[in-house]
Design a protein around this ligand. Structure first.
Ligand SMILES: C[S@@+](CC[C@H](N)C(=O)[O-])C[C@H]1O[C@@H](n2cnc3c(N)ncnc32)[C@H](O)[C@@H]1O
Length: 208
């Protein structure tokens, strides 16, 4: 019986959407993961520096940015320093209050004042969405007419788990984004990840 379960688990598709019984189960899985990895930082300074240069050259009159799913909030700290503008992070876990410029917030939701008013969004946590289409719609509803949404993808983003419910390859990202939005370009990044052993790519998403 044990062997049967092991084979079944091995054959189960790694991509796709993890199904939770309800929202509370989703939220708790995210909080558990956040607490387990509270000391880790996924984003890399080199990539944030590269993205800052890209934003400076491609987004006019930049005033406000949001990073989604930020745990320790290192990405918004660096964007703030390099761009010298207001950048906040969202984090579903109650640990949000421990980190500067981070709000406790589920990134599937939007605040009225964000609508059409955010010059850039950056996230390496899109794979934590329980409904990626709804999530991207929410993020894009905030993007100002000339703004951009930056989605980070690595090979880890292709693996579905209870903590990372949306496992998808690059082609699936392209298909999902292109349904309603435009992929301006896909940037090759440097090394990122918990152990800094993964190569990142960045989807630059704009309104059509
Ligand atoms: C892979 S970690 C990335 C953390 C951070 N961006 C970094 O580079 O270190 C994903 C984070 O997103 C948070 N998260 C997951 N679902 C979320 C949601 N719906 N809204 C806001 N934050 C969420 C998790 O709690 C976790 O801290």
């Amino acid at each position: 019986m044990k062997i049967f379960h092991q084979i079944k688990a091995r054959l189960a598709p790694k991509t796709g959407l993890y199904k939770y019984s309800n929202y509370e189960e989703y939220k708790q899985a995210q909080i558990d993961g956040n607490l387990r990895k509270l000391d880790c930082v996924w984003s890399s300074n080199t990539n944030i520096e590269m993205l800052t240069e890209y934003i400076k050259q491609n987004v006019p009159n930049i005033k406000f940015g949001i990073c989604h799913g930020t745990r320790r909030g290192e990405e918004q700290a660096l964007f703030r320093k390099l761009l010298n503008i207001e950048v906040i992070g969202t984090e579903i876990s109650h640990t949000a209050t421990q980190f500067p410029h981070t709000i406790e917030w589920d990134f599937h939701n939007v605040k009225d004042e964000w609508i059409n008013n955010v010059d850039f969004i950056y996230s390496n946590s899109f794979d934590h969405s329980y409904n990626p289409e709804k999530c991207l719609d929410a993020w894009m509803s905030c993007i100002a007419p000339n703004g951009i949404c930056i989605l980070e993808w690595t090979r880890s983003h292709a693996v579905k788990t209870k903590t990372d419910p949306f496992g998808a390859n690059k082609k699936t990202y392209e298909k999902l984004i292109s349904k309603k939005y435009r992929i301006k370009e896909i940037l090759s990044g440097g090394i990122t990840g918990k152990d800094k052993d993964q190569t990142a790519v960045f989807f630059i998403v704009t309104h059509k």
